[in-house]
Design a protein around this ligand. Structure first.
Ligand SMILES: [Zn+2]
Length: 259
């Protein structure tokens, strides 16, 4: 039975790869735009291109406010989204289909109720958003600038897809699904120790390799740490070696080594 099922799966995957083959010209353009992808070796890039085709086949892109999502835009998003799951495969992304691309950052109205029960409203500006069950929202101006913003460890696509991975166990808590409870406890200990130390440094006004936004909550800390891990791995490894090690174990990648 298993053999039969695997053959069928392989055949449907083969068809998807043919249907969504990424033209050489667009692939080269993508690598030129994003040096943190181009730095990977030939085997990683071949796998990234393969996963990107399957990603394009299984997701639906739509543009907001009249934005047309061209093939090269879709590939730019697919390649960056597939980088974190290079060794994990696409299954963690099975829970959603839609990707909504906005031309720019999006202004949203937020509400919160304080301890006295008073409702406060405020405006929030989003470069991206991930919700359980989807869709994932991205600002194209942030996606397209990811080559330059890698210098300060910023990457909106990795950030939002790290949230998707985090929510894989139904909880947005900075801890993605792990193989055992012992592994989960170990993770929590390392993540929380680094998170608390990070919050103190942010409060003290220190400059760090991670976006200070990570001090919002453990889940934002995991997302910004994942950004730096993939686009500025040497900086993260030098500044927060325990966190780097933790992420390398989870993602089964060592981007600082690959560089
Ligand atoms: Zn976030």
């Amino acid at each position: 039975m298993r053999g039969w099922w695997q053959r069928l799966r392989r055949r449907s995957e083969q068809r998807a790869l043919e249907r969504r083959a990424i033209p050489e010209e667009i692939w080269q353009l993508t690598l030129a735009r994003y040096p943190f992808l181009a730095r990977r070796d030939a085997a990683d890039l071949a796998e990234l291109r393969r996963l990107s085709s399957l990603f394009l086949d299984s997701k639906e892109f739509s543009g907001a406010h009249g934005l047309q999502v061209s093939d090269d835009m879709a590939v730019a998003i697919a390649a960056q989204a597939c980088l974190p799951v290079l060794r994990l495969g696409l299954r963690p992304y099975d829970g959603f289909v839609g990707i909504v691309v906005h031309p720019d950052e999006v202004q949203v109205r937020r509400e919160f109720v304080d301890d006295d029960g008073v409702v406060h409203e405020y405006d929030d500006v989003l470069a991206g958003e991930a919700m359980e069950g989807g869709p994932v929202m991205l600002s194209w101006s942030d996606v397209s600038a990811a080559g330059e913003s890698a210098d300060w460890g910023y990457n909106v696509v990795v950030h939002e897809f790290a949230h998707v991975l985090d929510m894989g166990d139904g909880l947005a808590d900075g801890i993605p699904p792990l193989s055992s409870n012992a592994e989960r406890s170990r993770w929590e200990a390392v993540l929380m120790a680094d998170y608390e130390a990070f919050c103190e440094r942010v409060d003290a006004g220190e400059d760090t390799v991670l976006d200070p936004y990570g001090a919002e909550s453990p889940e934002e800390f995991f997302a910004v740490a994942s950004e730096a891990f993939f686009v500025a791995p040497h900086d993260l490894c030098a500044e927060m070696p325990a966190l780097y090690e933790l992420l390398a174990g989870y993602y089964r990648q060592d981007p600082a080594e690959a560089d």
